[in-house]
Write a protein that binds this ligand. Structure first.
Ligand code: GDG
Length: 497
């Protein structure tokens, strides 16, 4: 899926339907209290893109259809003058409401504050963080505009679920307009340690804005701990169970670790397109060789340069790998307008050339590095064909690729997941080979262990990982969040009565 700058968009910010709005079975229980659901995220894209985006978007669409809900956000298009009324389209029981932005709004709000300030900061990259007041002003203005434009579509009984760091002040704007619906916020990325957050001018104001929500959700308990640490020690907040009180407001603060639609991914991996893709890999370039795969948006948080260096170390340390192993890294470019993304792209191209130049033979190229997106089915086939998945972000809210890789495996002959301890997913996926992504010796050794792992151990680890995936899947995630939101909303109403 491409966005205004012609690059692959972030998975969770662009919806992609399962097809023409077909509601899957079992969606009835995802509509707690029978209320209509309103979802707001940065991006509302094409519902029928050829390259379907992440499973999260599919999950949102399912949920919205089940409640006759609305998805609001940016259309993905830029306009010379941004309109004050949304474009509303309806299909199969749900509504999409979108608005265009001007280049200047998009530069300050999206490229600026969201992706040059909050994204690096929340991933502990103070060195890459742009502390530019004009970005913050633009961010506040676009949030106010979203509130102004979309609020007329909301009904008193709606549940409002806002996604991610682009939209922290959105609820505060709605409250100022008199909206009293239950409002929940889910942060898809990590919450930073207190000292890191304190480097942000206006951090207090941003955090205060969060308390306009009734539920504030994070990926892991560690994120909740860091959030509470800030609120208690910097703002004199109080905690009672999962309720945090500060700035004269209370909110439920909890972790809701996002999962995947496991059966859907198992099915994708068994599809004709997935099989074709896997066969293509098996019979052509990778014939008879072990395959390592990495799939990541091209982003400096994903640890790709260090990962390439760990692979180089493996090739250097274990010459028997030569000619017998290939590492395929798929990295669709994102956020091309932000300079750091162009830099990481150039850095990786240099490393790829260096590694292949150093080790390749006339009939073997050790590293295949691809800057394009594949369809979800093709991706499932690639996962399935891979003996090892290398998922080594330096910091990641959750990381869905780790979960998708496991779901796509053949249980009789599964591959091995090598996973960074700094991905939120590591908390739930203890049966993976957990590594410190900064330690390239450890990553190289984990790859060597994975290469030689006996079948029984691979099966046992895979079975345990699958149990975890099924235990807290995407359905449980959305149900849990919405139940918490409906309950918090009810308490709120009772308190006001
Ligand atoms: C954020 C947080 C959190 C990737 N390449 C292609 C493709 N993808 C899909 C994957 C996966 C998704 O994109 C990536 O999700 P991740 O979770 O790995 O990472 P982020 O994009 O950074 O997402 C993250 C997530 O939000 C959800 O809360 O887990 O921590 O950073 O689904 O499959 N999809 C297709 N072609 C590709 O080439 N179709």
């Amino acid at each position: 899926m491409t966005n205004a700058s012609g690059t692959h968009s972030d998975a969770h910010s662009a919806p992609a339907g399962r097809g023409p709005w077909s509601a899957p079975p079992g969606t009835a229980r995802i509509n707690p209290a029978g209320r209509r659901l309103v979802v707001i995220s940065n991006r509302v894209g094409s519902m029928r893109g050829a390259v379907r985006a992440g499973g999260l978007a599919v999950a949102m669409v399912d949920m919205l259809k089940a409640s006759g809900g609305i998805w609001c956000g940016w259309s993905g298009k830029l306009a010379p003058v941004s309109p004050e009324r949304p474009e509303v389209t309806q299909a199969d029981g749900m509504t999409a409401a979108t608005i265009e932005l001007t280049q200047a709004e998009h530069d300050a709000y999206y490229n600026g504050f969201a992706n040059s300030c909050l994204w690096p900061l929340f991933h502990n990259r103070i060195d890459l963080t742009a502390f530019d007041r004009s970005y913050y002003d633009g961010y506040l203005k676009v949030n106010a505009k979203f509130a102004r434009v979309f609020a007329p579509l909301f009904k008193a009984q709606d549940l409002i679920w806002v996604h991610d760091y682009h939209l922290i002040p959105f609820a505060q704007e709605l409250r100022a307009m008199g909206c009293r619906q239950p409002m929940g916020f889910f942060l898809h990325i990590p919450f930073p340690p207190r000292d890191v957050l304190l480097t942000l001018p206006n951090a207090g104001r941003l955090l205060q804005a969060l308390f306009a929500y009734d539920v504030i959700g994070f990926q892991t308990d560690r994120d909740v701990e860091r959030f509470v640490d800030y609120v208690v020690n910097e703002q004199d907040g109080r905690v009672s169970g999962d309720v945090v009180t500060v700035f004269e407001r209370s909110a439920v603060v909890r972790s809701f670790p996002i999962g995947i639609d496991v059966d859907n991914f198992v099915q994708l991996a068994g599809s004709a397109e997935a099989k074709r893709q896997a066969e293509r890999l098996a019979t052509r370039r990778f014939a008879g060789r072990q395959l390592i795969v990495g799939v990541d948006r091209l982003d400096y948080t994903k640890g790709l340069p260090l990962r390439f260096l760990a692979y180089e170390l493996l090739l250097e340390t274990y010459p028997e790998t030569h000619g017998r192993l290939v590492y395929l890294q798929i990295a669709p470019p994102t956020r091309g307008a932000v300079p750091e993304y162009a830099q990481i792209r150039a850095e990786l191209e240099g490393l790829e050339g260096h590694i292949n130049g150093r080790f390749a033979e006339v009939d073997w190229t050790p590293l295949a590095y691809i800057n394009r997106a594949y369809s979800r089915r093709a991706l499932a086939g690639i996962y399935r064909a891979a003996d090892i998945s290398l998922v080594t972000p330096l910091r990641d809210g959750m990381n869905l690729v780790a979960k998708e890789y496991v779901a796509a495996q053949d249980p009789a002959d599964p591959g091995v997941l090598v996973l960074s301890r700094f991905a939120g997913a590591a908390v739930q996926m203890r049966a993976a080979l957990i590594v410190n992504p900064y330690d390239k010796v450890a990553v190289a050794e984990a790859l060597q262990t994975a290469r030689h792992m006996p079948l029984e151990q691979r099966r046992n680890r895979h079975a345990e990982l699958m149990r975890g995936l099924r235990d807290y899947d995407i359905d449980r995630w959305r149900t849990d969040f919405l139940e918490a939101l409906a309950a918090a909303g009810a308490r709120h109403v009772a308190a006001e009565a």
